[in-house]
Design a protein around this ligand. Structure first.
Ligand code: SF4
Ligand code: SF4
Length: 438
């Protein structure tokens, strides 16, 4: 289990409860007028970061940035990065990363295309099999995977058993670069530039698939100011001095399209696919799947962030501005395919795309590790709940009265944290002191 995906700076926190109310897994409480995290419940969605008016919450490690190191540094570039620079060519963004100090900048787009092929093939091969758990759920958004593992473990089998594109990069790039430089694979340091707080703790993650993964990760918003300077300088350069500027990147907008909700399924040859984005909507649709709906849908692309990854908490520009940048890239470069299906077919048949992680591994890692409640506990919770004011005011430090009652039973809170119980106690002790003074 990771230590945490987010951290709270006590000195900035005013105890306003906004994060407590926003957290989808109810993993934040207020204690002594400061927010505290129940780490085992956090899925790294970043909703708390979005709503905190004081800037008191940040993703763990995102401020690390590019470290001074003797290792070969490789930036794995999520195409969301291109959407942060309106009017700038993707090749200029990649070259600016080189100028910033990365030895290599690898565009993830190529691997996204490979992944799309693998999804199509998996669905084609399993379409007629009754035991396939329809609808299949995209494994791309790690927050959604964690939400399912924590709150709806019965749906883990619906998650497509393929590696995510970042894991595909990891399988190939580290070896390729270590061979190129004749160094050991440990001397190649892969950085993932990401808009997602749940990825900034790569290397200390609860997802067994990511364990060997990219380490460390950097938030797009953290790298943005420095990269913007480099991008501007790069655009001023004499092209004749940098001829590779036009050769290092084969333009295609399939990668950038992934930044938006619907971008993953847009390029696939699947008839019955849906794209759902935004945590509240995602939760609603996961519940519908649990109720047995959408069994005639083959694939669902879920993204926890509104509008997709362009709405991630660690992005630098407004999501609608980012979307218009992506739309321009699509117009400019089109959505053609670059990879030969024959080559991909061989890799697929050899099992290269398949995740080594089984849903049961994931279930064990992420399931709610809180003590299970007994029937007696449930009775106590119902009783305490019936005695609360029922306003879900969060003044007790829990997001709602039911969670407060559960916290009391679990030993996370005292009854008198609720103002009603505190007042009752006060009245009782006054009655007692009135009687003793009589
Ligand atoms: S949103 Fe949470 S962390 Fe931010 S000030 Fe309010 S209580 Fe503190
Ligand atoms: S990252 Fe998400 S799950 Fe974790 S504390 Fe913040 S809102 Fe809750």
């Amino acid at each position: 289990m990771p230590s945490a995906y987010v951290q709270f700076e006590e000195k900035y926190c005013t105890g306003c409860t906004k994060c407590v109310r926003a957290c989808p897994t109810k993993s934040i409480r207020i204690r002594n007028q400061r927010a505290v995290l129940l780490e085992h419940l956090c899925i790294g969605c970043g909703e708390c970061i979005r709503v905190c008016p004081e800037g008191a919450i940040s993703p763990v490690m995102s401020r690390r940035g590019l470290e001074k190191t003797d290792k070969i540094t490789v930036a794995i570039v999520s195409p969301i990065l291109y959407a942060q620079f309106p009017g700038v060519m993707p090749c200029d963004v990649l070259m600016s990363l080189n100028h910033m100090g990365f030895d290599h900048a690898i565009d993830l787009s190529y691997y996204l295309e490979m992944y799309q092929y693998a999804v199509e093939r998996f669905i084609e091969q399993n379409r007629e099999r009754k035991e396939t758990p329809w609808p299949l759920i995209s494994p791309i958004c790690p927050v959604v995977k964690r939400l399912i593992a924590l709150k709806h473990p019965g749906l883990l089998d619906h998650i497509l058993p393929l590696k995510r594109p970042v894991a595909l990069v990891e399988s190939g790039i580290r070896r390729e670069i270590s061979e190129q430089y004749a160094v050991s694979e440990d001397d190649v340091l892969l950085y993932h530039l990401t808009p997602c707080p749940s990825k900034v703790t790569y290397g200390d993650t609860d997802d067994p698939e990511d364990r060997s993964g990219l380490n460390p990760a950097i938030g797009v918003n953290d790298i943005f100011p420095r990269l913007l300077e480099e991008v501007e300088a790069t655009r001023e350069m004499d092209l004749n001095l940098y001829p590779y500027r036009h050769l290092s990147f084969i333009p295609n907008a399939r990668g950038p399209l992934w930044a938006m909700s619907g971008g993953e399924i847009a390029g696939m040859n699947i008839d019955r696919a849906l794209a759902v984005s935004g945590l509240q909507e995602v939760k609603k649709y996961i519940e519908k799947i649990e109720m047995g709906l959408f069994q005639d849908t083959e694939y669902i692309e879920f993204r926890a962030c509104p509008e997709g990854c362009i709405g991630g908490p660690l992005t630098a520009v407004d999501k609608y501005l980012a979307r218009s940048t992506v739309q321009k890239l699509i117009k400019m470069f089109g959505l053609g395919r670059r990879i030969q299906p024959r080559k991909l077919r061989r890799l697929y048949d050899r099992g290269w795309f398949f995740s080594q992680t089984k849903p049961s591994d994931y279930r064990e890692e992420i399931e709610d590790k809180s003590r299970s409640l007994t029937i007696e506990d449930m009775r106590r919770i119902e009783y305490i709940l019936s005695q609360t004011p029922g306003h879900d005011c969060a003044a007790c430090g829990a997001p709602d009265c039911r969670t407060f009652a559960e916290d009391v039973v679990r030993g996370y809170a005292r009854l008198t944290d609720c103002y009603k119980f505190a007042l009752d106690q006060c009245r009782d002790s006054n009655k007692f002191s009135d009687k003793t003074s009589e």
